[in-house]
Design a protein around this ligand. Structure first.
Ligand SMILES: Nc1ncnc2c1ncn2[C@@H]1O[C@H](COP(=O)(O)OP(=O)(O)O)[C@@H](O)[C@H]1O
Ligand SMILES: [Mg+2]
Length: 224
């Protein structure tokens, strides 16, 4: 079973056609870099695979579940259980502490709060975020928020890790360390990684590059 499969997927924002008839398959254990110029549809592709956006046509399957006809609640459940998402600006919940932000996928999934928070503390340490766990997101730097988002993405052991400019707010060394952790943790557990980055060193971690151009797949190349 493929981790994620897009088949003939199109998506438009009003009159802007962001993706046109895109078909992509990512297998367990694979690391795929999505590249292409600004506006070519990279973020839209990731948001569709995450089940945040609903495809206007075509079919999307994640970990064997068809997202196309799924209602909001089941897409949210799938996202919580199977998908880790790291975005450029961290996108933490402003009213929750850093610890609870990281614990959130487990808290929502019905884990005992004490266990969820202990797991969160472990991941905060692994990503190297050295702040009081009670700190609110507003008191973090952009880089620290991105580390917290990385911890949150890994806490539930995602089968699909989606990262959109995951290291944009970090210096080169911290960015590379976070990326290593995201990729290694996910792949060792048999999951897949799809990442977007302008950093060539990030794309170099991938097994395959999918290059988009104006909302279509321009080419796919095996790397390594
Ligand atoms: N929320 C939105 N509303 C309107 N247009 C959007 C929105 N998000 C993206 N677009 C447009 O869709 C196209 C693809 O955008 P995006 O997926 O963000 O590309 P990339 O991540 O490669 O820069 C662009 O033309 C962009 O302007
Ligand atoms: Mg983008």
């Amino acid at each position: 079973m493929s981790t994620v499969e897009l088949s003939g997927v199109s998506h438009a924002y009003g009159r802007t056609q962001a993706l046109s008839d895109v078909s992509i398959t990512v297998e367990p254990g694979e690391v795929v870099a999505v590249t292409g110029p600004s506006g070519c549809g990279k973020s839209t592709l990731l948001m569709l695979a995450a089940g945040v956006l609903r495809a206007q046509s075509g079919r999307i399957t994640v970990a064997g579940t068809d997202l196309t006809g799924a209602d909001d609640a089941s897409r949210a459940r799938l996202r919580r259980r199977e998908v880790g998402l790291v975005l450029q600006f961290g996108q933490l919940v402003p009213d929750l502490s850093v610890r609870d932000n990281v614990a959130l996928p487990l808290l929502l999934g019905g884990h005992r709060p004490a266990d969820a928070r202990a797991a969160a503390d472990g991941w905060l340490e692994r990503v190297g975020l050295d702040v009081e766990p009670d700190t609110l997101p507003a008191d973090l730097s952009g880089g620290q928020a991105q580390l917290a988002a990385g911890a949150r993405a890994l806490v539930a052991g995602p089968r699909l890790l989606l990262a959109d400019e995951p290291t944009a707010s970090l210096d080169a060394t911290s960015g590379r360390a976070l990326l290593d952790l995201l990729v290694t943790t996910t792949v060792q557990a048999g999951g897949s990684v799809v990442l977007v980055s302008h950093d060539n060193a990030v794309a170099a971690r991938a097994d395959r590059e999918i290059r988009l151009r104006r909302g279509t797949v321009a080419h796919q190349v095996a790397l390594s």
